[in-house]
Design a protein around this ligand. Structure first.
Ligand code: FAD
Length: 437
């Protein structure tokens, strides 16, 4: 057999939808589009499983996992169960854990810590089972338009690079960009806007043999301030005795050249963090330290004629509350339903495809307020909730991810009274970002 014949290539020349990316956003959109009866091609440039950061889920992912039919597979997996998140101060004092079951004692309040290579593989296999044609090792090089995109042209397909290096064009009624932080379309169309208030970097790696809490707390996410409060550390228990540990802080603090290489900075920060140091004392680091920076951004539109952005390809907020996979799931789900309705009406226009933008933006706005609060040195959860115990439920709802159809106005009004100037975004900015202004 010739190498050309063994190279995976699309079976058809045209599809109802092409989905770029095999992460959680892409697989949610592709699976649900196929279940709507549409022909779907999904393309992932790196064969799975591959390493990916983003290992801690939050409970509201349950609803999408249930719709995807994934819950039994997760229940049967070795992924540690996560019941809570706990914040530890710079001097090592732990707050009482926020148990998600406090406000909802159902099964939904338990979630999982996942190895993303395995988790994303499960989601992609599920997409195949739903009828999606999935090609791995195939990169999308361009999104094709029927004219100048800036002049309102319609997306009409994609240009692929197959595993053997050959190019191929595929036609599609709708293109879903779920390419993650590559933000393929947002970059091409000049839509990507960095968040000027969150110029952060992250250094992260995995350990084996680190200390784990017992019982219900074994799978808890710990969020630990380093001394000086300049940064924070995540501690996420994974399967096979692994723990994911990462440090997040301002770019000029964490990755300025004068502090030396990433491993040295990582070691220095752990040494300054009494909340995590003893947990790592018996552990062995099993991966080189990875670096990411400037990861908070948003696209100025969620959809155009014939195209939609999903997950990180649209926006990423910040890792502090582990909201990335939920936002990828939710936008993938809402995008799939909007696309199915638009194609049924034979009208894949920006207005129809983008109907879900305001819902996603409402959710992001709810998270964003708590993100800005966390990075405001004046803020402390303990102090705020001592003064306003009536808001504990709202704070837990945000940590759970129940944010899309809720009004957190009273919570943020009281937060802003305590911390004037806390939220730099305005309703006008919100509307224009969601594409409804
Ligand atoms: C430091 C850090 C920590 C984080 N921690 C968490 C956490 O604990 N919990 C959480 O929920 N989220 C976390 N996140 C966020 C999380 O990683 C993302 O939000 C999530 O992976 C988004 O899913 P997605 O499907 O949109 O994109 P991705 O998961 O990035 O998937 C995109 C896929 O598209 C593929 N791709 C890209 N370009 C192309 C192309 N041209 N052609 C074909 N394929 C392409 C990529 O290979 C990739 O597999 C974290 C993020 C950062 C930066």
């Amino acid at each position: 057999m010739s190498s050309t014949r063994s190279t995976p290539r699309p079976r058809r020349q045209a599809y109802d939808a092409v989905v770029i990316g095999g992460g959680p956003g892409g697989s949610t959109a592709s699976t649900l589009l196929a279940r709507h009866g549409l022909s779907v091609l999904q393309l992932e440039r790196k064969p799975l499983p591959r390493f990916k950061i983003g290992e801690s889920l939050i409970p509201a992912t349950y609803d999408v996992l249930r719709r995807l039919g994934m819950l039994d597979r997760l229940r049967a997996s070795a992924f540690p169960k996560k019941y809570s998140v706990q914040f530890i101060s710079e001097d090592g004092r732990a707050s009482a854990p926020f148990y998600f079951s406090e406000t909802d004692p159902s099964e939904r309040s338990q979630t999982w810590q996942v190895l993303r290579g395995d988790f994303d593989r499960m989601l992609l296999d599920n997409a195949r089972q739903a009828g999606v044609e999935v090609l791995e090792g195939v990169a999308v090089r361009d999104v094709l338009f029927d004219g100048e995109p800036a002049a309102g042209a319609r997306a009409r397909g994609v240009r692929l690079e197959l595993a053997d290096g050959r190019r191929a064009d595929v036609a599609s009624r709708v293109v879903v960009d779920a390419s993650g932080r590559s933000t393929l379309l947002a970059k091409k169309l000049g839509l990507r806007r960095p968040d000027p208030h969150l110029k952060m970097a992250a250094l992260f790696t995995h350990f084996e043999g680190a200390v784990r809490d017992a019982g219900r707390d074994e799978g808890a996410t710990l969020v630990i301030h380093v001394e000086s409060k300049a940064g924070w550390v995540w501690y996420i228990p994974l399967p096979d005795d692994r723990v994911s540990v990462g440090i997040v802080g301002p770019i000029d603090y964490l990755v300025s050249g004068r502090r030396g290489d990433p491993q040295k900075v990582f070691d220095e920060e752990i040494a300054r963090c009494p909340g995590v140091r003893p947990r790592l004392a018996p552990a062995r680091q099993v991966m080189d330290v990875q670096v990411l920076k400037n990861f908070s951004y948003q696209s100025s539109r969620v959809a155009g004629d014939g195209w939609v952005l999903v997950g990180d390809a649209y926006a990423f907020l910040d890792p502090i509350y582990s909201t990335g996979v939920l936002l990828a799931f939710k936008s993938g789900e809402l995008a799939a339903d909007a696309i199915a309705a638009a194609l049924a009406a034979d009208d894949p226009s920006a207005a129809r495809l983008g109907v879900f933008g305001p819902t996603i933006e409402r959710g992001m706005e709810a998270f964003r307020g708590l993100v800005y609060a966390f990075y405001d040195r004046r803020f402390s959860f303990a102090r705020f909730l001592k003064r306003h115990p009536e808001h504990r439920q709202a704070v837990i709802d945000i940590l759970v991810g129940d944010v899309f159809d809720r009004d957190f106005g009273p919570l943020y009004a009281d937060m802003e009274r305590m911390l004037p100037g806390l939220r730099p975004s305005s309703p006008a900015q919100l509307a224009s970002v969601a594409g409804v202004a």
